[in-house]
Every structure is written in C-alpha cells, then in structure tokens.
Design a binder for this molecule. Structure first.
Ligand code: PGA
Length: 243
C-alpha cells in the first residue's frame, strides 16, 4: 500500500486528479469505477475543470459505479447515478458514451449484479477503482461482515451507514435499507485502487484498514493484500496511523 498524506482536502483532491490524469494519459480508454459521497467532490470538480481546459479527455474512457441504492432510479436525485451525472458526466465537454450505471431500481437484482460483473469483464476489467471508506470501514457498500470472497450483490445497509448518508434524504428513515454493491473480489480485481480519505471522522477506520488485521469486520483492510493500492489521505484522516 502506498500512503500519500496531503495537508488538506484541497491538496488531496488535486493529487487525486493528477493521478487520474496520469492514468488516462497512459491509457486513454481507461476503465474506471467512480465513487460517490462527499469525499470525491473536489476530485470531480478538478477533473471537470481540467477537461474543460482540454488538459484531460474522458471521451474514450469507460465508467462503472461501485454501488447504488436499491429502488432509486437514475433520475432520482438521491441516486448515485444522478450524483455522478450532476457532479461529473454532465459537466464534461461531452457526456461520455461508455457509462454503465448500476441499476438499483431493476426488478431482478441478482441478474443486474451478474450482468454488471460481466460488463466489467467485457470492458477488460477495472483499470482503476476509485473508492472512499465509510466510518465503519466499508468500501463501496461492502459493510462489516462482508466476505473477502464476496461478489456483486444486494446488501443490507447498516444503520450507521444510513445515518451517515442521511443528509441528502432529510432523515435517516428515508435512506434506502438496501443497496447493490460490487463485492470485495470485484474491487480486488481492479488493476489499481485509489482510496480517498478525508477528515478526522475517518481516522479510526483508516488506521484499522491500514494497520489492523485483515478481517471482514473491516472490509477496507482487504486492500492490504492488493499489490497496487494508493491511499491519499489528508492530515486529519491520517492522524491515527502513526500513533
Ligand atoms: P463520504 O462517503 O465520502 O461521504 O464520507 C464515503 C463512503 O461512505 O464510502
């Protein structure tokens, strides 16, 4: 694991944008998994800025989502698909053609999950999975207890996760109880993983993920056994790593 500690959120966002720009320069048809949440907003804003200035070109890249709420259609403003469109795809000079949304609103979710894994394989596999981490150590929506051998599937969200994600919904009870998520195997199959971590509320989860024992109780700890993981964390988020 390569750990890069940045002084603040702004530096983290710029450093992550540099990383993605380099990956895309080396492989214009890059296959990416794009996370949602508060953490990557600065990264998306910077990538959009660079794309508008023609410093970076996403037109040949392929995109996947690590996760999505069950029951929320793409046009629901709380869906992750909507978030990605609003904060990234729709702001690029040209809306990319190879966007694969994870259909959490479909009827047959088992089939959606199987098909999503197939689509990733057909695209040649994920080159870079960009991820955030939950305060409970989740990556994508692999909640504590997720098997290290888990695949794309429907998962019950913990109360902690629903609470953490409740702002957009107004109240925790309005947050869906279930999600579809790539499994830990799908994530570990990515050629490179970029984990973004910001804020002191993530310090404990990050310390456990990096220094603790690899365990389904801390799903992010599985990243310790991936050969090409880059973790970018700001000072607050990394405050417990050296203690
Ligand atoms: P956040 O979400 O960026 O909003 O903290 C991260 C996550 O829960 O994976």
């Amino acid at each position: 694991m390569k750990l890069i500690i940045l002084k603040d959120y702004q530096s983290l966002s710029l450093c992550a944008a540099d990383f993605i720009q380099q990956q895309l320069a080396a492989k214009p048809n890059l296959v990416l998994a794009l996370p949602t949440g508060a953490t990557p907003l600065g990264l998306y804003a910077e990538l959009v800025r660079r794309a508008q200035k023609k410093q970076i070109d996403f037109s040949r890249a392929t995109f996947f989502q690590p996760d999505e709420y069950v029951g929320l259609a793409q046009n629901n403003k709380n869906s992750f698909a909507f978030y990605l469109k609003k904060n990234f795809f729709a702001q690029l000079p040209i809306f990319p053609t190879k966007v694969n949304f994870f259909s959490g609103a479909a009827k047959d979710l088992a089939k959606v999950c199987l098909d999503y894994e197939k689509a990733i394989a057909q695209a040649g596999g994920l080159d870079v999975a960009i991820l955030g981490i939950g305060q409970n150590g989740h990556i994508a929506f692999n909640e504590p207890g997720s098997a290290l051998a888990s695949r794309a599937r429907v998962i019950d969200l913990t109360m902690e996760t629903r609470r953490a994600n409740s702002t957009a919904f107004g109240k925790t009870s309005a947050v869906p109880h279930r999600a579809v998520t790539l499994g830990l195997v799908d994530i570990m199959s990515a050629k490179k993983i970029l984990l973004l971590v910001s804020g002191e509320q993530k310090a404990q989860a990050l310390a456990k993920a990096v220094k603790g024992k690899v365990s389904p109780q801390v799903p992010a700890s599985v990243l310790q056994s991936h050969p090409r993981v880059v973790i970018m964390a700001d000072r607050l988020a990394s405050s417990l790593i050296n203690s």
